[in-house]
Design a protein around this ligand. Sequence first.
Ligand code: 5AD
Ligand code: SF4
Length: 475
Amino acid sequence: MLDLTATKVHDEARQGERFAPFKDDPNSYGKQFYIESYGCQMNFADSEVVAAILNKEGFGATRNVEDADLIFINTCSIREKAEQTVRKRLTDFKKLKTGKPGTLIGVLGCMAERLKSKFLEEEKLVDIVVGPDAYRSLPRLVSEANEGQKSVNVLLSREETYADIAPVRLNSNGVSAFVSIMRGCNNMCSFCVVPFTRGRERSRDAGSIINECRDLFDQGYKEVTLLGQNVDSYHYIPGNGTEANAVSFANLLEQVALISPELRVRFSTSHPKDITDDVLHTMAAYENICKCIHLPVQSGSTRILQLMNRTYTREWYMKKVDRIRELLPGCSITSDIIAGFCTETDQDHQDTLSIMDYSNYVYGYMFYYSERPGTLAQRRYQDDVPLEVKKQRLQEIIEKQNQLSLADYKKDIGQTCKVLIDGDSKRSSEQWVGRNSQNKVVIFPKLENGRHKKGDYVQVQINDCTQATLFGAII
Ligand code: 5AD
Ligand code: SF4
């Protein structure tokens, strides 16, 4: 999954996102909740499901943590640093509670799954602990906690997809929304804690996904991003159907694209071993399916990929890149890369740098390896690359990505692209910010006659760039 807290060479729109919801109508709810989300887009989407459940219980969303009766933090366990950040925030919240004793503090998401007893019993940091498959039990847990009990539900489920819950969009620009299509992961990459914190893979009812996307379009949204840990293994058999009626990811993508040519469709994340030609052909067939594939490589060394249990080789990955280039010329490819995995040599690291050149990533999320308790790697291998070496290699990977991004963005100068306007640019209300099909951020001056609004498509001619932003003018 894309991780919003990672080092990323990219846009102004998504950096450091950590949201608290707006106060919709303070008078219509008796009590207020505040929620802060960390980690992948899936967590951000889950917070919107939590908001829907809490709204139904009479809690309205607030941006001000001081106003809240309920404070939630939706957590990420993917790297140690993510967990440290959450701990710090929980300590801040606990201090706040001293001045307002009735307030309840809850931990949601992946850390809840991992550290339930620690939070509740040893450190007494929180009142409520809820894992990613247990959000339906929030109303009960909140009322138990109000009565002074410590409330926990971290049961993982094989079925839960929250298919019937219409998420309440938090901090949305009204243009772009995330739609969760599946949960969990069966892949067991050896470095990754996600299969333990989010459980087994399950696909959400295709009809409910299409309805949610259609509703979003009817409300004025112009872009949906279909989310899953591994979208290419989406597989849904409706009602009493059989394998013959199964809906694949390619089928789903097509059905969402057919809602309207005005609705852009994105998806994330693709596992290189699972993305099929069917998906690539579907992308080619529909202009509104954005030409951007997030295809995490993790490492360019076959030996390391094997230790990582990624189930492909360097050459196999390169062939996948060739196939994308063949069927989808101009499609951007982006990646996740880990520096300094167990036993990584300098040669392995060079292989990562060279596969970055080969794949010509438009941007990347880059990390150094952080050992996670309970993972296959932690049990089987020694975390033997010294921290300074990990950091040095990560730095080289970041520099390589900066060069690749800049070279790629420079090629767009003089070209024209179709941009969906996200809103005002952060730098100036005289400028729009939007994204093109390749998910590159584009900034351009508003026209004086005020003809356009956010959510409009415009043709922009590119005249300048940095490594993370294109600049241009409407034509
Ligand atoms: N250490 C560093 N990076 C990790 N990722 C997952 N687990 C770890 C870990 N233990 C990265 C992978 C994944 C992304 C979401 O986070 O690159 O694709
Ligand atoms: Fe983790 Fe691998 Fe699953 Fe991604 S595909 S969530 S990296 S186990």
